[in-house]
Design a binder for this molecule. Sequence first.
Ligand code: BF8
Ligand code: SF4
Length: 666
Amino acid sequence: MSEEIILGGPRYVSKRPADPKRTCDPAAMEMLECAACRGEQTVFDRYAAQTPQCPFGLAGICCRICIQGPCRINPKRPGAEKGICGAHDYTIVARNVARYVAGGASCHSDHGRHAAVALLHTAEGKLPDYKITDETKLRRIAGRLGLEAEGKTAAELAKEVATEALRDYNDRMGEPCSWLDTTITEGRRAKFKHCDIAPDGIDKAIVQLIHGTAMGMDADPVNIIFRALRTALADYTGMHIATDLTDVLFGTPEPVISEANLGVIKPEYVNLAIHGHNPILSELVVDAARRLDDEAKAAGAAGINVVGVCCTGNELLMRQGVYLAANQSSQELAIMTGAIDAMLVDIQCIQPSIRAVAECYHTKIITTSDIVKIPGSYHFDFREEKAMETAEAMVRLAIAGYAERNPERIHIPEHKCTVIAGWSLEAMIDLFAKVNPERPVSVLTDAILSGELRGVCLVAGCNNLKGSHDEGHLTIAKELAKNDVLVVATGCAAVAYAKAGLMSPQSVDQYAGPGLKAFLGRLAAAGSPEFGLPLVFHMGSCVDNTRAEDLMTLMANELGVDTPKVPYVASAPEAMHEKAMSIGSGCVALGFPTHVGVMPHIEGSQLVYGIATQIAHDVYGGYFIFDTDPESGARKLLSALDYRSWKLRVHRQAAERYGTAAAASW
Ligand code: BF8
Ligand code: SF4
C-alpha cells in the first residue's frame, strides 16, 4: 500500500502520489500531488495519455498537406516508400519543418506588428492611454535605420520609425527588411545576400514558404530548408521590431529585484494572473490594478497582487518587477492553488485547458484578443483606443472573484525565490561599461580571450513534457556555469531559472565555476546593482531573444570577426512551440551552434537531419545539435565554445606574429 500524503493540512489526503519524475520544480510537484488528491487532470496526465505517440508523426514522415493524404512513409513497405504524389521522405520532412517555421514567424511577427501599429497610433495622438516612454531608444533606433532625427519631436520620429517597421511587413521588392539589415554584422549581410535568404518582407516570406511547401511545389529539401531560413530571419525581424518598439512605448528594462514561483500568490490579496505575450495589454492592466487597489481593499482584500505567467510574466517582471508565478507547463497549477481570482490571457502558449481547470475553482478566465477565444471564458474585446477603461473592467472582474473563493480549496505552495531580472542589452552594456566605459563589450570578449570565460550561452524556449518539467533547463545552465560559461536566458527557460533561484545572487557562489565567479566578481566590484548579480541573466521574453542575438553581433564586431566565429552558443533544452523552431532556425542562420533538447520531427529523413546538422554549418557557420540528454548536450555546447575560442586565440597569436593580413585568412 502506498504511503499517505498529507498536503497543506488534513484536507488533502491521497494514496496516489504524483510521479516525482514529472517535474523538478518543488512547487509544481506539490501542486501535482494536490491535483492527484483532488482527482483533477493536468497537462502532465494528458501527456501520459497520449503516449506512445505516433512513430510516423515523431519522425516527421506523415504528410497531411493535401486531402488525398494523410500519407505515411514506410520504407519497408513496397509502394509506401513515397507519398501518393511521389513525395520522398526528405520532401515531406523538410516541408513539415518549414511549416513549423512559418507558424512561429507568424506568431512573433504579428506580435511585432501590433507593437508597430500601437506606436504609430500613439504618435498620431489616437491612443490617450499610451505614451513614448523611452525617447533615447527611439532616437537610437531612428539613427540605426538612417532616419533624420535632428529637429523632430518624439512623436514625429515615432511615426517614421513605426512606418518603417510596417514597411518591413510589406513587399520591399528585393530590398532586405530594415530591422534585419541594420542589426547584423557586415559578414552576415553579405552571407544572406549571397545565399539569397534575406527576407524582403515578413508577410511575403511567410506566404511564400507556405506556398512553396504546398502539394506539388518544392520537392528539394535543401531549397525548402534554406527558404525556411529566410522565413526564420523574417521571424527575427518581427521579434526585433516587437522588442524595440515595446521598449520605446514602455521603457527599456533595467535591473530589478522580484520573486518567482507559486509562492508569490498571496492568499490575502486579490490575485490577478496575466498570461500570454503582449505588453500592449498587460502593461495597462498592471497600471489599472495599481489604480484600483482601494477597490480591492474595500472588497476585504489586502490589495491587488498581479502575478505573471509565461512570457507576459517575463515582460512585466523585466519592466515592472511583477512577480513571476509559472511557466508553460505549470500554468494550470497556478489556478489549482485556488487563490487566482482571474487569469487574463492575450496571445500564444495559453493552454485551452485552463478553462476546464478554472471550472473546479472560482477563477475567471478572461480572453482579450479576437484570435484567442476559449469557450466558456469572459471575453473583452481589447482595443488600444479604450485600453484603460477595458483594463479596469477586467481588474474589477478579478476583484469580484475574490469574494467567490472557496477557502477549503486554497493551497499555495510556499516555494519562491529571489530574482534579479531586467537585463536588456542596454543594461548588460551599462554593467560592462562600469569596468570599461570606452569599450564595454571588450570586458566580455577579453574574458573569453584570456580563458577566464569559455563563452556565452543563450538558453531559450519552452517546456516540453517529453522530459521532466524544467530539468533540461536547470541541468544545462548548472553544467555550463560550472564550466565558466556566462548564461543568459529568455522565455520559459528564464522562468525555470527564476523559480529555481538561479537568478539570485546566492546562486553565483553555489554554481559558478572559478572563472565565471571571478568575472562576475569583477563586474560587481565595479558597481553592479545594489541587490547584486545573478548566476543566469534574464534577458526577457521570447521576442527578446533578439536582445541576446544583438549581444552576439556586438561581440563579433568587437572581435573583428563574423558571428560564426564568436564563442556563443544557443540551447532550447525543452523546445515545444513552432516559435522555438523559428527562433532556433534563425539562430543557425546567424551563426549559433544551436542545441535542441527535444528531438524535432526530422529523423524520418537522414538528408534533412544532415542539412540541419552539417550542411547548415558549411554554409552559415551555425548548425543544430540534437541531444535529448541535457548533460551530453551541455558537453557538446562546451566543445563548440572551446573550438571557437581556441580558433580566436590562434587567430590573435597569428595576428601578433605575422600581421593581420595573414591572420585574416582563417
Ligand atoms: O514565447 S518559451 S512555451 S511562453 S513559445 Fe511559449 Fe515557449 Fe514559453 Fe513564450 Ni516562447
Ligand atoms: Fe500525400 Fe503528396 Fe498529398 Fe502529402 S501532398 S498528403 S504526400 S499526396
